[in-house]
Design a protein. Structure first.
Lengths: 204, 351, 626
């Protein structure tokens, strides 16, 4: 029930012209599109980070807690590692290992999102909201969209685990894990850029 | 094609050409007071000479390419005795036809870039008149900081002197455009953009807001009075005076009271006194929301330069401003006809 | 065995099975049906957007007219622009892509049939969402490019509908773009190398890449607008240091590629139609393909020419002036190649050919007036006047719409098995060509004589009256031509002049299938041996170089589609119909209404519908077991 020939029969997928998997190609295309999405958000942020009008709330360096965000960034980075381990397990058809590593990835993601929620609340209480300054608008929308991406990723990871338990992941489970993994790594890489550009580059 | 059909086509063509000539003739006999094609300003002339260049080239290319197209259509239409030639291309020809347009465009590019930098230069000299233009929804405010003059919708300038405009936006993006004097320049909130007006030809030149700015975008017009230096100096001297030297009497005096303090109880029904939004130099009216009305009666038009400044229009305006100019900030004040009469009299005394 | 796995799967509800009737269309994942639905919907929106234009023209027919109030006028011109761009030209092109790309590359469907259905339904619902604003307190009224800060301050919900409606349409376009990129790269028949692909497929590929990279940029701009309008963000608020030009940059970084998104499919159509009716291969195939790619790349470097009057400074203005001039070069190359294609040919002036010639003739004018815009000081006079309105209608109507109608007349017999009437078709063409030029030609003059665009009224005495009146007559002539087209479709459907599989003696693979093609397109996946493969199967070069018909070629070789058997001896498995694309598509507009009215429970319901769609989709196999 798990020989390569039958995989083809199930999906009725004829071999492709380039040999690349259709879904993987589509995912790469989607991620290319996402680069422009985050690129535009980051551009907006770069334009506004030093443009806090007088009396319009805190400036970036007055509010960021670099050590705190470094820790949550590290957590998110570690989740890329567990994602790789999940894929390796999936390719070895080690279902148990795959589930464990997928859950670990989702858990690390949840810690990151939790950290972000805490950070947002903290900033809000310290006087930075969506409408205090252009910096506030740009910061919350950029990092908020990133957080939403992580959340979607967590949902997909948990769905993979659930489908695996229900036996509905199908014989090409490694491909599915790899697909979600591509997305997850992308979201991580975007965070590295955001962390550098938003938090580490000093503002005026 | 049969002979009869060709005849038919010819008849249609003849009528078509006649009709076209008739239309063009009517079109050409018309005057265009807001035209970009009869420039008098220095920058407008520079733009126009570039336009003439590129338009000329475009017309030549148009006839060459459309001519080639029509020729091909006539020459190569299907005939039983001819076989289509099966060629896939001609590299040499293709390269030539790529290089020629590139060269033409480079030829246009050089004077374009030169003119861009020319126009961007700030005029120097002690005689330069500075004017700050502020775009409001939906009227223009003109401030002459050196002369300490504030007016609206009607810009006065002398011949032979460069006028350097600094454009500011009060609310949304507008675009300041007087085609006879210069191409347009957007008025962007948070930015100061510049334009230079300079001409030797006295006259009245029309313009209007060119960037969509809301309900009355169409009613945001401007009029530039280019005067001889002497006439301009007279205008400046008159504008620098307070509106009234002598005390008012009759309707005008009652109107002034209404203007400054509102009706009974200190306000009009549904709104504060006029002075809450409008300023009149030499009185206690210091409002900055609406146009400065110090020498209102010296202006030829009002309401974004859309209505002639006369008693009928002013009466209608005070009765219901937004019926004449949709989206205007000025509310319907619910004035009585007596109050309107008095206010009109006062406004007309602001010479 | 695999079927065992499939049988074990429990389903919430059974799959749709209807083969005919409404449900079969609603749940269809067949690229041909979806393509037809796209085009029919786009034509319906074309009639709506055209009617808006007619009312606009009535209002402007004479000075100080009162057909429309200022408020209604602003809604009408904004919705006219949004409709024609996002609900007509784009989906019209996508519809033809849908119908043709798989047929042209020798595939049985697109790579993701359900995603394709999702794109379509999301487009329909996004369009209805936008139009529902008319009934809900006012349509968008800030112009199709919605310049901030005006768009953040307009009081009705209109611009919020705009920010969310375009977002929904953007998701639809993005899904479609990814789908076509994968389809074209991965689903080509054996032998269909990239340089053997029909030009239409090439242009579809370039268009898809442009969509893929342009849509996220407008998405960010629209989110910033939405957060500003609904949640109090201050992205464009000058009082808080917000930068109005940020919106313009983001919008035009999307907006200029968008122009090519609209025109490239039409260029592809013309590049298919001209060779067929000239009985010659396309002149300079490589040049046409590479100029299309070049336009795709250069289209990203010219956006600020929409902002020449914004005060970017002489250096930026010069740079963008030059890049704008040079994008004219690849465009010019295409024009030369199209004329070269006709040169020396044997031209048959059938209706599709007339529309393609109309495209070339009108596009030359639009291209030349485009070059005059690159001359910045002159553009300072032309921008935001009727001159620019004339220019982009020559490109998008004289160009894109003529090209798309050429495609409709050309491929109609393929889709329905009968040709449209030539007489009515030609009447349609001439009425439209004349009406178009009478409407938009005088706009050049009006613009240069000082008439700004987007004004709901103008005073007497500016010399504009006569031209405006003539334009209004022209607009109604265009409307008459569309009426002729509609009559033509109905009459031709009744008369049913059977077309056979290859009525135009055409060149590309879709003509090797029966008309209409079976659901699976090809009984045997074709083996492609050359560019214009179908032509070369019908003709060989004769002694004089002229093509000679191969004995028993042409119609005799058409895949008649009698036996539904594939090479494995099984029936050809086509993807099964599905409810979930439709369900998923409903989620987004529901959430949209929730955000506009701040009804968070409605957002929750939308999210729930969305998740139902997603999970239903994922848990359902693409193909149902027999």
């Amino acid at each position: 029930m798990s020989t390569p020939e039958q995989v083809i029969v199930v999906g009725h997928e004829p071999p492709t012209a380039t040999g690349l998997d259709n879904t993987k190609l589509a995912m790469w295309g989607f991620l290319g599109s996402e680069c422009l999405f985050f690129g535009s958000l980051i551009s907006t942020y770069l334009l506004y980070r030093n443009r806090v009008c007088a009396g319009c709330g805190p400036r970036p360096h007055q509010i960021y807690n670099i050590p705190y965000t470094s820790v949550s960034s590290f957590v998110l980075l570690m989740s890329s590692l567990t994602m790789v381990l999940a894929l390796a397990a999936a390719q070895k058809r080690d279902d148990r290992g795959m589930r464990i590593w997928l859950l670990a990835t989702a858990l690390l993601g949840m810690i990151f999102v939790g950290g972000q929620i805490f950070e947002f609340t903290d900033f809000y209480h310290r006087g930075l909201s969506l409408s205090t300054s252009t910096f506030g608008s740009a910061f919350f929308v950029l990092t908020g969209f990133h957080g939403a991406h992580v959340t979607v990723g967590i949902l997909m990871l948990l769905s993979l685990v659930a489908m695996s338990f229900l036996g509905r992941l199908g014989p090409d489970q490694a491909r599915k894990v790899e697909l979600i993994g591509l997305y997850w790594h992308f979201v991580d890489i975007v965070w590295i850029v955001i962390f550098t550009v938003v938090y580490l580059i000093p503002s005026k | 094609m049969s002979r009869r059909r060709i005849e038919g086509v010819r008849r249609w063509l003849r009528w078509g050409v006649l009709l076209l000539v008739a239309f063009v003739a009517t079109g050409c006999s018309v005057k265009y007071p807001q035209s970009a094609l009869s420039p008098v300003g220095k920058t407008a002339k520079e733009a126009d000479s570039l336009w003439n260049l590129v338009f000329g080239i475009a017309v030549v290319i148009f006839f060459l390419v459309e001519g080639a197209l029509v020729y091909a259509l006539l020459k190569f239409r299907q005939r039983p005795d001819r076989q289509p030639a099966q060629f896939h291309g001609n590299t040499k020809l293709e390269v030539i036809l790529t290089i020629i347009p590139a060269l033409i465009l480079a030829g246009i590019g050089v004077p374009t870039v030169k003119t861009i930098f020319d126009i961007a230069q700030r005029p120097t000299g002690s005689n330069v008149i500075n004017v700050t233009v502020t775009g409001h929804q939906f009227w223009w405010q003109f401030e002459y900081p050196q002369q300490r003059i504030m007016t609206a919708n009607e810009l006065h300038m002398p011949t032979g002197t460069p006028v350097y405009l600094s454009l500011k936006g009060a609310d949304v993006i507008h675009s300041f455009w007087v085609p006879a004097l210069s191409g347009t320049q957007d008025v962007v909130p948070g930015h100061v953009n510049h334009l230079m007006f300079e001409t030797n030809k006295p006259g009245v030149y029309l313009g209007q807001c060119k960037e969509f700015c809301g309900l009355s975008h169409a009613n945001m017009r401007v009029r530039v009075f280019v005067q001889t230096p002497a006439a301009y100096r007279t205008w400046v001297a008159q504008q620098q005076q307070p509106a009234q030297k002598a005390a008012l009497s009759g309707d005008a005096a009652a109107g002034q009271k209404l203007f400054l303090h509102g009706g009974a109880g200190g306000s009009f029904p549904g709104g504060p006194a006029c002075s809450g939004c409008h300023a009149v130099l030499g009185t206690s009216a210091q409002g900055v929301v609406g146009p400065n009305l110090t020498h209102f009666a010296s202006r030829t038009r009002f309401a974004g330069e859309t209505y002639v400044n006369n008693t009928t229009n002013l009466t209608n305006w005070l009765n219901n401003p937004s019926a004449m100019k949709p989206g205007v900030d000025m509310p319907k004040l619910g004035l009585t006809s007596t109050q309107i009469k008095e206010l009109v009299a006062y406004l007309q005394s602001l010479k | 065995m695999a079927t065992v796995v499939l049988e074990q799967r429990r389903r919430i509800f059974s799959r749709p099975t209807a083969k005919t009737g409404w449900w079969s269309w609603m749940t269809s994942v067949d690229h041909k049906r979806i393509g037809i639905m796209y085009i029919v919907t786009a034509l319906a929106f074309f009639v709506i957007g055209g009617s808006e234009a007619l009312v606009i023209r009535l209002q402007l027919a004479k000075p100080n007219n009162t057909v429309l109030s200022a408020n209604a006028y602003n809604q009408f011109f904004t919705m006219h622009g949004l409709t024609m761009i996002f609900l007509v030209v784009m989906p019209f092109g996508v519809g033809l892509m849908n119908y043709l790309v798989p047929l042209m590359i020798g595939a049985r469907d697109v790579a993701f049939p359900r995603l394709n259905a999702f794109s379509y339904w999301l487009f329909v619902l996004g369009g209805l969402f936008l139009y529902s604003s008319f009934a809900l307190g006012g349509a968008p009224d800030g112009g199709w490019f919605g310049y901030a800060p005006l768009s953040t301050t307009l009081p009705s919900h209109g611009m919020t509908f705009y920010s969310i409606g375009l977002q929904i349409l953007g998701v639809a376009s993005l899904a479609g773009a990814a789908n076509f990129i994968v389809t074209i790269i991965n689903m080509r028949a054996p032998g269909m190398t990239l340089m053997r692909m029909p030009v239409f497929v090439w242009m579809s590929l370039v268009t898809s890449f442009l969509l893929l990279f342009a849509m996220p940029v407008i998405a960010v701009a629209l989110f910033e607008l939405m957060f500003s309008r609904v949640f109090g963000a201050v992205f464009f608020d000058p009082a808080k240091g917000g930068e109005p030009l940020l919106w313009q940059h983001l919008f035009w970084v999307f907006g200029h590629p968008e122009v090519y998104i609209m025109i490239l499919p039409a260029m592809g159509i013309v590049s298919e139609v001209l060779p067929t009716f000239s009985r010659k291969p396309l002149f300079g195939y490589g040049a046409v393909v590479f100029s299309g790619i070049a336009i795709g790349f250069m289209g990203w470097g010219v956006w600020a020419h929409h902002m020449f009057a914004a005060g970017l400074g002489p250096v930026a203005n010069s740079a963008f002036a030059l890049s704008t001039m040079f994008i004219a070069v690849p465009t010019g190359v295409k024009i030369f190649n199209w004329i070269g294609t006709m040169w020396g040919g044997s031209l048959r002036f059938k209706t599709p050919m007339l529309f393609s010639i109309g495209f070339v003739a009108m596009f030359i004018i639009g291209g030349l007036s485009g070059v005059t815009h690159a001359v910045v000081p002159a553009d300072a006079q032309q921008t935001d006047t009727y001159y620019i309105v004339a220019h982009f209608h020559y490109v998008l109507f004289g160009g894109a719409i003529f090209g798309l109608f050429s495609g409709v007349y050309y491929w109609w017999p393929k889709a329905f098995g009968y040709t449209l009437s030539e007489g009515l078709g030609k009447l349609h063409f001439w009425l439209m060509l004349i009406g178009f030029n009478v409407t938009f030609g005088p706009m050049h003059i009006l613009g240069l004589e000082g008439m700004p665009r987007r004004i709901y009224t103008y005073p007497d005495g500016l010399g504009w009256n006569i031209w405006n009146f003539i334009e209004t007559i022209g607009a109604f002539t265009i409307a008459a031509s569309i009426l002729v087209f509609i009559i033509n479709t109905q009459r031709s459907r009744r008369l049913r002049a059977e077309s056979g599989p290859d009525p135009w003696d055409a060149r590309t693979l879709e003509w090797s299938t029966p008309s209409p093609p079976p659901e699976y397109n090809f009984e045997q996946i074709p083996l492609v041996e050359s560019r214009d493969d179908w032509w070369h199967r019908k003709y060989i070069p004769g002694p004089s170089g002229a093509p000679v018909r191969v004995f028993a070629g042409g119609a005799d070789m058409v895949d008649e589609g009698t036996a539904v058997v594939d090479e494995h001896g099984h029936g050809i498995h086509m993807p099964s119909p599905s409810y979930f694309p439709l369900v998923l598509a409903f989620g987004l507009p529901i959430m949209g209404y929730g955000v506009i009215y701040k009804l968070w429970w409605l957002v929750g319901i939308g999210l729930l519908v969305l998740l139902t769609g997603v999970y239903g989709w994922v848990l359902e196999p693409p193909t149902a077991e027999e």
